[in-house]
Design a protein around this ligand. Structure first.
Ligand SMILES: NC(=O)c1ccc[n+]([C@@H]2O[C@H](COP(=O)([O-])OP(=O)(O)OC[C@H]3O[C@@H](n4cnc5c(N)ncnc54)[C@H](O)[C@@H]3O)[C@@H](O)[C@H]2O)c1
Length: 449
């Protein structure tokens, strides 16, 4: 890996200018030009950059965060073991460059944007990061490039943030530049299917953009499915994650029904999943986290609100999902109460605080809300998570993982996320266990939500 950090990190990201920059002259490409530039080296961008590098491409990674660049250089990043090996392979390799300097994008043949698209506290899409990244990309675009957006966003986003501003600079899609949208489908922490074998969907601004984008993706991925518009590709991603959200909400509801009826929900789901068609298993849980399910459907709902279009099923699913952590707190209080204990003053240990197994990602993790909800009721709360040594709560407090769970001596253990490396052999009959992960923990005194 080489570094081109020759100027202050912050200075490489000016606010977008209202005055379009002059159109750069036709690509004066040099031999050290980059095949692919990835903007944003996070959970999506870094594995993508490594996949391209592994496929023999000369890769430029543009990353705004100095801390992230440091972490990548030091190898202290949350990646699958196979991607950590690939990261090691970039060491000292001129084919892999990481920089904060967006001006280097001018030297890339293809530019792929992978920056976050979160929602704010009111669940309204926060587009500021994406707008800023796209403004950098547009300001540094050169004729002949292909620019591909992969961040999840609303339908029409690629047109608003790339196509139109590029045209204002005289860069016309299908004529002297290519523009496409290809939703990212990576599943951090899931090593069962390699990134390269997850098919990519792509739509271009014009048929020639679509073809060129498909060729860029085919450089590292085995299968590309082309759709005939940017909007269809954008909507595909929104459908995928809305589908997940609705089905997770349904699985949660079925879990509640099963508990009421005294039927083990996982037995029922496993049995239904033997049907070879018409059923896809989703597991209930303590809520959803990460950067997709809690956020993406809100991009669709937000867009529909402007058009006064209701989407009651999606809205209901998102409400149910959002209420799930509070339900865990309620259920914890019931379990304690049935055992003759109150919440106030009782020691509760949350096991696994990241939003899913085998990743260190705490974004939107239900565990944080559960910790805060229990603390509001006076519980003494600790957590155990070897992947997340620290966690920041919504009031800014930093809390640290318990090292010795037996020493913490919890009356109640809430199993939130089960990392493969988590040792739970210390749980014995002294502990009440609320298994919010529904992973059929074989421990005494286990309760589900
Ligand atoms: N994380 C997932 O599991 C996942 C899966 C599929 C799709 N997605 C989508 O992919 C997109 C990226 O998500 P992520 O999880 O990788 O986010 P992330 O927060 O892990 O990484 C984004 C990176 O972009 C950097 N960045 C922000 N602004 C920048 C700029 N102007 N220039 C250069 N770098 C910049 C950030 O510092 C960060 O390192 C989102 O739209 C998300 O919805 C995420």
């Amino acid at each position: 890996m080489t570094s081109l950090d020759t100027r202050p990190l912050i200075a490489s990201h000016p606010r977008p200018s209202r005055h379009p920059a002059a159109l750069p002259s036709a690509a004066p490409y040099r031999p050290d030009d980059f095949d692919i530039a990835i903007v944003g080296l996070g959970y999506v961008g870094l594995p993508t950059a490594l996949a391209y590098h592994h496929a023999g491409a000369r890769v430029l990674g543009v990353e705004i965060s100095p801390a992230r660049i440091e972490a990548i250089r030091a190898g202290h990043v949350d990646l699958l073991p196979s991607d950590l090996v690939r990261l090691e392979e970039t060491e000292g390799d001129p084919m892999f460059t990481v920089t904060s300097d967006a001006a280097l994008l001018r030297r890339a043949n293809a530019v792929i944007v992978c920056v976050p698209t979160p929602v704010d506290h009111h669940l309204v899409p926060d587009l500021t990061i994406l707008q800023s990244a796209c403004a950098d990309v547009v300001a540094n675009a050169v004729p002949g490039q292909i620019i591909m957006l992969t961040s999840t966003s609303y339908v029409g986003c690629t047109e608003d943030l790339l196509l139109t501003p590029l045209a204002e600079r005289g860069l016309i899609a299908g004529e002297n530049i290519s523009v496409a949208f290809s939703p990212e489908r990576i599943d951090p922490g899931n090593g069962s299917i390699e990134h390269e074998f997850v098919p990519r969907v792509v739509g271009g601004a014009t048929p020639s953009c679509e073809l060129r984008a498909a060729a860029v993706l085919s450089r590292y991925t085995a299968s590309v499915h082309r759709v005939d518009s940017l909007a269809a590709a954008e909507m595909t991603k929104l459908l995928e994650n809305t589908f997940r959200a609705v089905n997770i909400a349904l699985a949660n509801e079925v879990a509640d029904i099963c508990r009421e009826l005294g039927v083990p929900v996982t037995t029922v789901i496993d049995a239904a999943a033997t049907k070879p068609y018409g059923f896809m298993p989703f597991l209930p849980g303590p809520g959803v986290g990460g950067h997709c399910i809690p956020c993406d459907p809100h991009y669709l709902l937000w867009q529909l609100k402007e058009r006064r279009v209701a989407a009651p099923m999606i809205t209901q699913a998102m409400n149910e999902i959002a209420a799930r952590p509070a339900r865990v707190v309620e259920r914890a209080a019931h379990v304690l109460s049935d055992a003759g204990m109150g919440v106030a003053g009782t020691r509760v240990l949350i096991v696994g605080v990241s939003y899913k197994a085998d990743v260190a990602d705490l974004r939107e993790s239900p565990a944080l809300e559960i910790i805060e909800g229990l603390e509001r009721r006076g519980a003494v709360v600790g957590y155990l998570d070897p992947l997340c040594p620290q966690a920041r709560l919504s009031d800014g407090r930093i809390v640290e993982t318990v090292r010795d769970p037996s020493g913490f001596d919890p009356a109640l253990v809430i199993v939130h996320t089960r990392h493969h490396e988590l040792d739970l052999t210390w749980i014995d009959e002294r502990h009440l266990v609320l298994d919010a992960s529904y992973r059929e923990l074989a421990v005494p005194r286990r309760f589900t939500l």
